[in-house]
Every structure is written in structure tokens, then in C-alpha cells.
Design a protein around this ligand. Structure first.
Ligand code: 4AD
Ligand code: MG
Length: 478
């Protein structure tokens, strides 16, 4: 007999038929005559209730049916008198893999997220983490669907590179040299010409620069790959390894770029609401539970309501300079409540400022544009005022910056001057500058931090819980 998946079984109306299922035991409840076994195979949030008559099965077998054990059950699907629509009356049960109840770390009770992070190899077996995994998959699919439907091409950009796209120097080095005794040049510096690639290399912080090369031939492309940042920030919004989606479009100016970013985010959130409602409803209840521990004024909106708020409302667009004015006139600034002071033009906004604008001032997602040139990356287009660049950051409730992007500097002379001023080696970036030398055109793009999106969509409060195996300072288990 062919095994059926629980997702299909729970939707089916094949009452009276004999079916075969396999999965892992979530809970077992023993009553006088029967054992109720909740079986989950991960295809869907809900469990299938298996009813095992104690007179049919040997005690020896029933004893092996513990939380975590894997079973295959053949039985008759019947209408259920309980909370669920259907249940399975077992005829045959095989314990495929046992789980010692004294040792299995996941007990049928609520575990803290911190504890589950320590056993991340098993946390998929909880409702919360299987729900997140399914939502994450749906969002990956929706990203590809959105861009495919719009005629974008997906480009694989390199993971090992010799450049620092963001110029922030937050790179993990890639080397096969003997670290305890590296070859040295006469002046004592490490001789990277003897390294694997014959030069110093690192893991990419962004696929943008290579994405630009493709966009300036194919018109519209996007990347979706892993990125790595050796930022020493152990926050609920930062990972050392995360996934980024970076569309890049020739002939797009900053307004076109903002329109696309807004449409993209609303599409993704609507896709989640339309396709993941069972998991989202569960995650919403989970988040509500967590919110209860917070003081009243710090509690956030119910998850589904929050998602609808973002998918149904136009984002607010304003300049960095306008935002600075709002922040300087704000209550928390006047009362000295911000941890980082808003000094004026040139202040790099912190997440507390971003969240104030979104959550308290506008109560909507915000797109900030025209940032001071000196706090943004070298490739952003210099505005006519000469001191700001055509940057855009999309700010979300709870998250702060979810997207960072810009119109790119397409003028060779302006770009080279800027790179010189920022000490970016022109000869090593000659390939990048070739796009400006030959057939240069205005173009724009942005990067969406995939885990920041998933944090928002699932209502989780820590980014480390929305990627299966998080990497952060001093943490690289599994
Ligand atoms: O703003 P960032 O640094 O922009 C870039 O990398 C550009 N090259 C994108 C582009 O224009 N093509 O990063 C983009 C987004 C951020 O808005 C944030 O959502 C996410 O990436 N991000 C991180 N997510 C998790 N952990 C980190 N350490 C992150 N750093 C950035
Ligand atoms: Mg940014």
C-alpha cells in the first residue's frame, strides 16, 4: 500500500477507506481502552489523530510509541467525535524509529525559543519551527514567481569574491594558507599571491556588483543567494550568514525602484496571507502568547492584522532630511529617550529611529530617500545637491530597515572620483567600471534581507529563529 501524506488525508473525505501513513509522534494520551496518538509528518501543521485499541496491540509495542518516535500506521479513516474532522483507527502499527522518552529533548510541552536554538537540529519537529519552514518555502517560491512573471532573469552571482561591494570591510576571508605559518613578503605582509586564488579573497557581502553587469545586458535581473557579513552585532536583526534578494534594473530611476520595492513586498505578504493562513494563524497565537509578557505599551499588533496593514496601505515616501526634522522634533528626542542622539544631517539612523518613524509617527511602512553621501556605499548616484545620494531604505514596523537600495552612479567620471576619495582600488574594479565605459545607462536596484522578511511575516521576535541554522558572533553549531 502506498503511503499518504497527512496534509491530503486531513482534506480528504475518504471516510471508511483504509490508508497508510507515516510520521513522528507528537503526543500520546492513554485512556482505559485506547491510546490516542498525535502523528505529524510535517506536510501540514495539524496532526492526524491515531486511535489504537489496547486490546488489539501488544503492550510491548504501545510502550515504544513515545513522543519523537517514527511510526507507520495502516488503519481506517473515520469521522472524529473530537476537535478534528477525521481520525485513523489503527489496524497495524509499525514503530520504525524509537525515541527514548528519558533522553528525547523535545517533551510534549512549550519549550523556550532559547532552548530550542540549542537543539536546532531537532527544532523542525516543533509546531513553531515547522510552520516557519513552510512559510519560508512559500516566500522563496513567491520571490521567484514575482520576478519570473515580470520577465526578470535569475542570476547566480559568485559566493567567493575579491571585492567588497558595500565597502564596509565586514568580510570573512577565504584562504587555504596555513594560518599558523603563512608565506610572507619581504616587508612582512602575508603573501597572498601564494594563496589558492593568487590573491586575497572573501565571502561575498552582496551580489549587487555582478548583478549590475548582468542587468546592463539583460535589462532586468535578480539574484537570490547567501551573503556573509562579519559584523560584530549580536542583535535580533543581524545574522553573519543570511540570504538576500537583489533585483537590478537597467533604465530604472529611483522612483521606478521604489515602486518595484513596494509592489514586491506587498505581493510577498499577500502571497503569505493567501497561501499560509493555517501556519500564520498558529504563529499569530504563538506571538500573542509571547506579547503577554511585555508591558502593555510595548505590545505589537496582532500578526495577521499587521500583515494586512502592510499589504493594503501605500508606503509613505520622504527624504532623509525630512525624517531628521521629524525625529528632532519628536517626543523621545526632546525627552532624551533615544539611546542614540539625532544630531542632524549626517546622523546614521539607528533602528530605534527607524521604528519611531514607522510605528509611532506614520503608522505605515516608510521609504526614506536621499541620504547623505558619506554614510552610504560608493556606487550610489550623487544627487544634484552634491551632498546626498539617490538611496532608498524601506522601513518596516518591528524590523526597521528591510530593504536597502539606490539608483546607481552611471557617470564614469563621477564614479571614479568617488571611488578614489573612498580609497577603493580602481584597477581591481576595472571590470565594474567597464559597464560605465561602454554603453552606460541609468539603472537601479535594491536588496531585501530574506530573513528580515521572514521575521516580519512570521511575527517571530528574533531573526535567529527564522533561518534553520543561524550563524552569529561566537555561534556556529551544526
Ligand atoms: O542595505 P544593504 O547592506 O544593501 C546591500 O547590500 C545592497 N548591495 C543591496 C542592493 O542595492 N542590491 O543590505 C540589504 C538588506 C538590508 O536592508 C537588510 O534587510 C539585509 O539586507 N541585511 C541583513 N539581514 C540580516 N543580517 C544582516 N547582518 C544584514 N545586513 C543587511
Ligand atoms: Mg542598508
Amino acid at each position: 500500500m502506498k503511503r499518504q501524506e497527512i496534509k491530503g488525508i486531513l482534506q480528504s473525505d475518504a471516510i471508511g477507506s483504509t490508508i497508510k501513513v507515516s510520521g513522528w509522534v507528537r503526543t500520546k494520551r492513554e485512556s482505559k481502552n485506547v491510546n490516542f496518538i498525535n502523528l505529524n509528518d510535517g506536510t501540514v501543521l495539524s496532526n492526524l489523530q491515531v486511535v489504537a485499541d489496547v486490546t488489539v496491540f501488544k503492550e510491548e509495542l504501545l510502550k515504544k510509541i513515545n513522543t519523537g518516535a517514527a511510526l507507520t500506521v495502516i488503519g481506517e479513516l473515520v469521522e472524529s467525535g473530537g476537535q478534528q474532522r477525521v481520525e485513523l483507527v489503527a489496524k497495524e502499527i509499525e514503530v520504525i524509529g524509537e525515541a527514548d522518552p528519558d533522553k528525547y529533548p523535545l517533551q510534549p510541552k512549550r519549550h523556550s525559543l532559547e532552548f530550542l536554538r540549542e537543539i536546532a537540529h531537532l527544532r523542525y519537529r516543533t509546531n513553531t519551527f515547522s510552520a516557519i519552514a513552510r512559510v519560508r518555502h512559500s516566500m522563496i517560491f513567491a520571490v521567484h514567481k514575482f520576478f519570473t512573471d515580470k520577465g526578470f532573469f535569475n542570476i547566480h552571482t559568485p559566493i567567493i569574491t575579491a571585492s567588497d561591494a558595500e565597502g564596509a570591510g565586514e568580510m570573512f576571508q577565504v584562504s587555504t594558507l596555513d594560518m599558523s605559518n603563512p608565506p610572507r613578503k619581504e616587508n612582512g605582509e602575508i603573501d597572498y599571491s601564494q594563496d589558492f586564488f593568487g590573491k586575497q579573497t572573501n565571502l561575498t557581502v552582496s551580489g549587487q556588483l555582478e548583478g549590475e553587469l548582468a542587468a546592463l545586458a539583460l535589462s532586468k535581473i535578480y539574484t537570490f543567494g547567501p551573503t556573509f557579513r562579519a559584523e560584530n552585532s549580536n542583535t535580533t536583526r543581524h545574522l553573519a550568514e543570511f540570504w538576500m534578494i537583489e533585483p537590478e534594473m537597467a533604465f530604472f530611476d529611483l522612483n521606478d525602484n521604489m515602486d518595484l520595492a513596494e509592489e514586491f513586498l506587498q505581493y510577498l505578504i499577500k502571497y503569505a496571507l493567501d497561501n499560509c493562513i493555517e501556519d500564520l494563524t498558529f504563529l499569530s497565537q504563538r506571538a500573542q502568547q509571547e506579547e503577554k509578557n511585555k508591558p502593555q505599551d510595548q505590545r505589537s499588533m496582532e500578526l495577521i492584522e499587521k500583515l494586512k496593514m502592510v499589504s493594503d496601505n501605500e508606503f509613505v515616501r520622504l527624504t532623509y532630511t525630512e525624517a531628521i526634522q521629524i525625529l528632532q522634533n519628536s517626543k523621545p528626542a526632546k525627552k532624551g529617550k533615544f539611546q542614540y542622539k539625532v544630531e542632524g544631517f549626517g546622523t546614521d539612523l539607528q533602528s530605534e529611529h527607524e521604528r519611531y518613524l514607522v510605528e509611532k509617527h506614520f503608522k505605515k511602512p516608510v521609504i526614506l530617500i536621499d541620504y547623505p553621501a558619506n554614510i552610504k556605499a560608493f556606487y550610489m548616484k550623487v544627487n544634484e545637491d552634491g551632498k546626498t545620494v539617490a538611496a532608498m531604505d524601506v522601513l518596516f514596523p518591528q524590523i526597521g530597515e528591510i530593504i536597502g537600495g539606490s539608483q546607481r552612479e552611471e557617470r564614469l567620471d563621477v564614479l571614479t572620483e568617488k571611488m578614489k576619495a573612498m580609497d577603493i582600488p580602481l584597477d581591481e574594479m576595472s571590470w565594474y567600471l567597464d559597464t560605465r565605459r561602454y554603453g552606460t545607462v541609468p539603472h537601479s536596484g535594491f536588496g531585501l534581507g530574506f530573513e528580515r522578511l521572514i521575521t516580519f511575516v512570521t511575527g517571530m521576535s528574533n531573526i535567529k529563529d527564522v533561518i534553520p541554522f543561524p550563524r552569529s558572533p561566537k555561534n556556529c553549531e551544526f
